[in-house]
Design a protein around this ligand. Structure first.
Ligand code: CDP
Length: 236
């Protein structure tokens, strides 16, 4: 497959055209960012680890009935994905309270959320990804009512699959963010699923094994990602 021009340069990934207009190349870089791009560092091996992590998770999700944009792995830090028309929306599910939820609502950290919470955010760094609801999505035509229902259904389906997958490896899936896009008239999971976009805690010690290590300057960021990968049986 021919690697074409750069079409998008995100904070941690770059997207390239290919000779097939329906396919793109997603390059996972070592760049690691937090606080809407205010803190950026290069972390050795992270692009490769996240590419392999993401490929593994996307395949488990497909097997579980969640349509994803993942097609195949191209190299250590590149994947071939479907060319989606992305919705400017982030879908967050929370199983345990932490992060922005606690700051926003003044609730304690570490509470079990039963049932899990679902939140929509607008993807806009300059506005710090403000929280939105179904009505904003409809009024501003960021998505349809049917797409809202599908995003909720698929995001919870992901929770069912991944909560068990991580728990079987002794890890709690605390929360995570998903993004969806349109492909052939259907909503499909896009972006990535890696420790950059979710929170993972060791079930016994509650040690953080995700990007909070970077946000909070705890060190051992990529080492923690690799430890999770190893516990899931992902060959890095
Ligand atoms: O990370 P922060 O405390 O600012 O936000 P959050 O709303 O508590 O994040 C919930 C989950 O979504 C965490 O797993 C974040 O890593 C993830 N997230 C993300 O990947 N990208 C964003 N722009 C916002 C949240």
């Amino acid at each position: 497959m021919q690697k074409g021009e750069l079409v998008a340069n995100g904070k941690a990934k770059s997207i390239y055209k290919t000779d097939d207009p329906k396919k793109l190349i997603m390059h996972f870089r070592n760049d690691t960012s937090a606080f809407d791009g205010e803190k950026i560092e290069q972390l050795d091996r992270k692009g490769m680890v996240n590419n392999k992590f993401n490929a593994f998770i996307m395949q488990r999700l497909e097997e579980g009935g969640v349509p994803t944009h993942y097609e195949s792995t191209l190299s250590d830090d590149e994947a071939i994905v479907k060319n989606l028309d992305m919705l400017p929306i982030e879908c967050v599910v929370r199983n345990i309270s932490t992060g922005s939820l606690c700051k926003r609502l003044g609730v304690a950290e570490g509470l079990d959320l039963d049932p899990p919470l679902f939140e929509f955010f607008l993807k806009n760094d300059a506005l710090h990804d403000p929280m939105i609801n179904d009505f904003h999505i409809i009024s501003f035509k960021w998505g349809t009512q049917k797409e809202i229902e599908t995003m909720k259904e698929l995001t919870f389906k992901v929770n069912g699959i991944l909560k068990k997958l991580f728990l079987d490896a002794g890890i709690l899936l605390v929360d995570y963010k998903l993004e969806f896009g349109r492909y052939d008239g259907k909503l499909v999971l896009g972006d990535e699923f890696s420790p950059d976009g979710c929170r993972l805690w060791d079930v016994k010690t509650r040690e953080k094994l995700d990007k909070d290590r970077f946000r909070q300057g705890l060190g051992g960021v990529v080492e923690a990602y690799e430890a999770v990968a190893q516990r899931l049986g992902i060959a890095i």
